[in-house]
Ligand binder design. Structure first.
Ligand SMILES: *[C@@H]1O[C@H](CO)[C@@H](O)[C@H](O)[C@H]1NC(C)=O
Ligand SMILES: *[C@@H]1O[C@H](CO)[C@@H](O)[C@H](O)[C@H]1NC(C)=O
Ligand SMILES: *[C@@H]1O[C@H](CO)[C@@H](O)[C@H](O)[C@H]1NC(C)=O
Ligand SMILES: *[C@@H]1O[C@H](CO)[C@@H](O)[C@H](O)[C@H]1NC(C)=O
Ligand SMILES: *[C@@H]1O[C@H](CO)[C@@H](O)[C@H](O)[C@H]1NC(C)=O
Ligand SMILES: *[C@@H]1O[C@H](CO)[C@@H](O)[C@H](O)[C@H]1NC(C)=O
Ligand SMILES: *[C@@H]1O[C@H](CO)[C@@H](O)[C@H](O)[C@H]1NC(C)=O
Ligand SMILES: *[C@@H]1O[C@H](CO)[C@@H](O)[C@H](O)[C@H]1NC(C)=O
Length: 803
């Protein structure tokens, strides 16, 4: 138990000594004037302290940055709220006074520490800038006064905090804070500006404890790039336990980004020729879903949420928040998408006795909702038309939502709005008719720059017709990456306006009608038959694929609901989306969105070959989809039957995995008897036949086989092939790889032959995937990273060493 204490003590004691040996002193009397090349470097040259020009203007930020990485990533800055004009001067006086003054001698920044006894300053190799006393003790350290970044070896003590910036390029204090609370909990929380009043946390490390001895007392960012909270009892809590592995020699930094996400970033130290990324990339971040996590815990109506007021939040594919203004609104600060939106026109209720219908219309925003706090009235038993009308006629009403026959009216400002495609239902927003797109947007708003006018007009044009608008949303929908459904803990029972996750139920009759009596069969698989159908609503036709399950396990009633809800919770652009289901006794049906372009199998093995790059995109997409199923959705889903027949292609030829989540549903347990083998000959992993546990690695195996098929456009097994060594694609591919004759694999594919380096890399990835020993196979996440070039692909061993 004393070990960690010892470790900390050792690190703390040894640090100044170790670094002291290398430091180049900045002696009293030194100064820097604000210009591009004014800086003091650390002895190794890794970091520099000095002036950094902002936005190509004659304004400078006193900052610390990585000197060896192009693009100047700042890790600390002094005067974000008060930039220094050209001609400003930073001076370390003979009396130890360290001050940044403007050209007129006005004070811009000082470290607010006692100047008594300052003997020198130093830029250290770990990124810490210090003012040191005569006995080399540190009187002031940038590490003790962090901005939005912490670096390896840096510590956040109780009461320590990071503050986000306003935007990527505006270093003023932003709305988010990482705070080491005195109870030992590390939290992320929004703050109200300019008072810094804290709102409830949207992430907690849970390192507080009723017993003070078991609570945390400091966060340490250690040299291996892990964030740890040290507990008073000697234990260490590894916050970045599940971070993406990175190999090799990296710079690390953890930042509270302008959008409120706390992320650990890595960058290779040395410029390598390999496929390692040469930019910063995030290897860990919290929270997972900032759009919904920000009103988790204790919902409060204070604060604007991740996007500010009158906007709504959705996640992009990197799980970063995307903020969008409501129709009729535009950004409050055109340079900052996270700072909320303002109304283009303030509605005037008593205008010339005009009818509200002539002045306003209710615009629909599908899948959008707000927490309860925005409501001011609940009107049960009102239909959609009445709900709209009532809002049009009510001066106070800006937005209504309809949920289960209840109409909710909401007032401004609206905060914490979210758009989530897992949620059915819609919001209707009152928009002034004179706010039509052809009008000058936001009249009387001279400070909006031309560029932003252009975007507003563009946005306006998109909203022009509702069908165009819906298209826009649809495109947005399929380009979204991951959506967790509304977390159960956030689902207060009394707030029926918070919509349930996507679990629309259909009656058997509904589906019989939709499919015209199950007339058009479009597929038949291990689980049942698939029919094409169409769902009609008042103004739209949605084509669907209805899957009739025919092999249900008997006791599967409760399981069916669980599995269906797990499937319904998934949302990824490379997965076929479940729209709903029917569960009437033995009639179990699943309703999916309809994929218009057939299967990957028909594309690969059909008459005409699809082009190389398109095929690669599909391979990448499928890998991302599987990574999501294995690691990123709320319950892990092992597909068990990955093959080209189960990959469907949508309108834009994006590959979408289908039939996932069914494996568990349709077998009482995943037995390994011959009939119990899930999967298809040629694609099943060896562990199905052996006494080995079935893990996500079975999908990796199948993916490997399929990747070879994608590369070569042929089936994994070609019994009729006259060249015996070419019958099994996996063996043949390994032989070609070993003998360095990969062009034979893609003999009649000119595009691929011209890209033979890439062919080699993909074949290597595939060989890693089809290793007989599951533990040698990489995870799908690693596969994705190898394909994307984030991690290097090493030489694979022979897949079946014992044959
Ligand atoms: C330090 O120097 C600045 C500018 O030269 C001056 O404004 C400030 O009063 C000095 N502070 C102290 C404590 O001497
Ligand atoms: C830096 O200054 C301190 C105090 O004057 C001195 O003890 C130390 O030797 C100096 N180090 C270097 C490398 O000059
Ligand atoms: C940064 O944002 C703040 C707050 O919105 C604003 O007052 C300030 O002028 C901005 N600074 C720059 C350099 O744009
Ligand atoms: C310290 O406290 C934590 C949190 O209660 C607990 O999980 C851990 O086991 C404790 N460690 C020791 C060494 O007592
Ligand atoms: C950093 O922290 C991690 C996680 O607690 C630990 O495994 C690792 O050994 C630490 N590295 C160093 C250099 O202390
Ligand atoms: C902490 O997480 C890292 C993952 O990056 C892992 O390497 C390390 O072993 C973990 N340490 C502990 C003590 O769990
Ligand atoms: C990296 O590539 C350059 C030019 O392609 C080459 O000169 C250099 O030797 C390579 N370095 C390594 C470490 O492979
Ligand atoms: C790590 O765990 C946290 C908390 O459970 C989660 O929010 C986050 O998404 C995970 N990160 C990765 C890379 O899996």
């Amino acid at each position: 138990m004393g070990f960690f204490h010892y470790l900390v003590l050792f690190v703390l004691l040894s640090l100044p000594v170790l670094l002291g040996a290398q430091k180049a002193n900045i002696s009293l009397g030194s100064y820097l004037t604000a210009s591009d090349d004014a800086s003091w470097r650390s002895p190794s040259g890794d970091f520099a302290f000095g002036f950094s020009r902002i936005n190509n203007q004659d304004l400078f930020l006193l900052a610390i940055w990585y000197e060896k990485i192009p693009g100047r990533t700042l890790v600390w800055y002094a005067n974000g709220d008060n930039l220094a004009p050209k001609g400003s001067k930073l001076q370390l006086n003979n009396n130890g006074n360290f001050t940044l003054t403007g050209p007129q001698g006005q004070e811009i920044w000082n470290p607010k520490s006692s100047t008594d006894g300052v003997a020198y300053a130093a830029m250290l190799d770990d990124g810490n800038f210090v003012l040191a006393g005569r006995d080399s003790n540190y009187l002031w350290e940038s590490f003790k006064n962090p901005t939005d970044t912490i670096l390896p070896t840096q510590v956040l003590e109780l009461g320590g905090k990071l503050s986000s910036r306003q935007t990527e390029t505006n270093y003023s204090k932003g709305r988010f804070q990482l705070f080491m609370k005195t109870d030992g909990n590390l939290v992320l929380r929004p703050i109200g500006l300019p008072t810094d009043f804290p709102y409830p946390a949207y992430y907690e490390s849970n390192t507080d404890s009723a017993d003070e001895m078991n609570s945390g007392y400091r966060m340490v960012f250690n040299e291996s790039g892990d964030l740890n909270v040290f507990l008073r009892n000697g234990s260490v809590v590894n916050l970045t336990k599940n971070r993406t592995k990175s190999m090799g020699d990296y710079y690390y930094r953890a930042t509270l980004d302008a959008d409120g996400i706390f992320a650990l970033h890595a960058h290779p130290r040395t410029q390598t020729n390999g496929s390692l990324g040469k930019t910063w990339f995030a290897i860990w971040s919290v929270p997972d879903d900032i759009c919904s996590d920000m009103d988790a815990g204790t919902p409060t109506d204070l604060g604007g949420g991740p996007c500010g007021y009158n906007s709504y939040c959705r996640l992009d594919e990197k799980r970063r928040p995307l903020c969008e203004c409501l129709p009729g609104f535009s950004l409050s600060d055109p340079n900052n998408k996270l700072n909320g939106c303002k109304q283009n026109r303030i509605p005037n209720c008593h205008q010339d006795n005009a009818k509200p219908e002539d002045l306003y219309e209710m615009q629909e925003l599908p899948n959008t909702f707000w927490p309860v706090s925005a409501n001011f009235e609940q009107l049960p038993g009102v239909d959609e038309d009445d709900c709209k009308r009532l809002c049009l006629h009510d001066c106070n009403c800006m937005v209504t939502t309809i949920r289960e026959g209840t109409c909710w009216r909401k007032k401004l400002p609206l905060s914490k709005g979210r758009m989530d495609y897992n949620v059915y239902g819609k919001a209707m927003i009152k928009v002034s008719k004179s706010d039509a797109p052809s009008d000058e947007p936001s009249a009387g708003n001279s400070e909006i720059e031309k560029k932003d006018r252009a975007t507003l007009i563009l946005v306006g044009a998109v909203f022009l017709g509702s069908s165009v608008f819906l298209n826009f949303l649809f495109v947005a929908a399929i380009s979204l990456f991951v959506f967790y459904s509304y977390k159960t803990k956030l689902k207060p029972t009394h707030t029926s306006n918070i919509l349930e996750p996507n679990q629309r139920t259909f009656t058997y009759r509904d589906l019989e009608e939709a499919t015209d009596g199950f007339k058009e069969e479009i597929g038949r698989g291990a689980f049942g038959t698939v029919y094409k159908g169409v769902l009609l609503s008042s103004n739209s036709r949605t084509y669907v694929a209805v899957k009739k399950l025919d092999r249900m396990v008997q006791e599967g009633e409760k399981e069916f609901k669980t599995e269906v809800s797990a499937i319904a919770k998934t949302h990824h652009k490379n997965l076929v989306r479940l729209i709903g289901f029917c569960d009437e006794g033995s009639n179990k049906l699943l309703v999916y969105e309809f994929m218009s372009n057939g299967t990957l199998a028909s594309l690969l093995f059909g008459m005409s070959r699809s082009d190389w790059n398109k095929r690669l995109q599909m391979a990448f997409g499928i890998a991302r989809g599987l990574t999501y199923l294995h690691e990123e959705c709320s319950t892990q889903i092992i597909h068990c039957d990955i093959k080209p027949q189960n990959i469907l292609l949508d309108d834009s030829f994006t590959a979408r995995i289908s039939d996932f989540g069914l494996a568990k549903l349709l077998m009482s347990d995943q037995t390994r008897t011959h009939t119990g083998i899930r999967g298809t000959r040629g694609y099943v992993a060896p562990e199905w036949f052996r006494n080995m546990p079935i893990t996500a690695k079975v999908d990796v195996y199948s993916y490997g086989v399929m990747l070879l098929e994608i590369i070569c456009c042929r089936r994994g097994l070609e019994m009729e092939n006259e060249n015996e060594e070419e019958v099994i694609l996996a063996d043949w591919a390994y032989d070609c790889y070993k003998e360095k004759i990969l062009d034979k694999l893609v003999e009649d594919d000119e595009e691929a032959r011209n890209d033979i380096k890439r062919v080699e890399k993909l074949v290597m990835v595939a060989i890693w995937c089809i290793q007989e020993d599951p533990s040698l196979r990489p995870s799908m996440r690693t596969v994705t990273q190898m394909l994307e070039g984030v991690v290097q692909v090493s030489e694979p061993p022979c897949p079946s060493p014992f044959n």
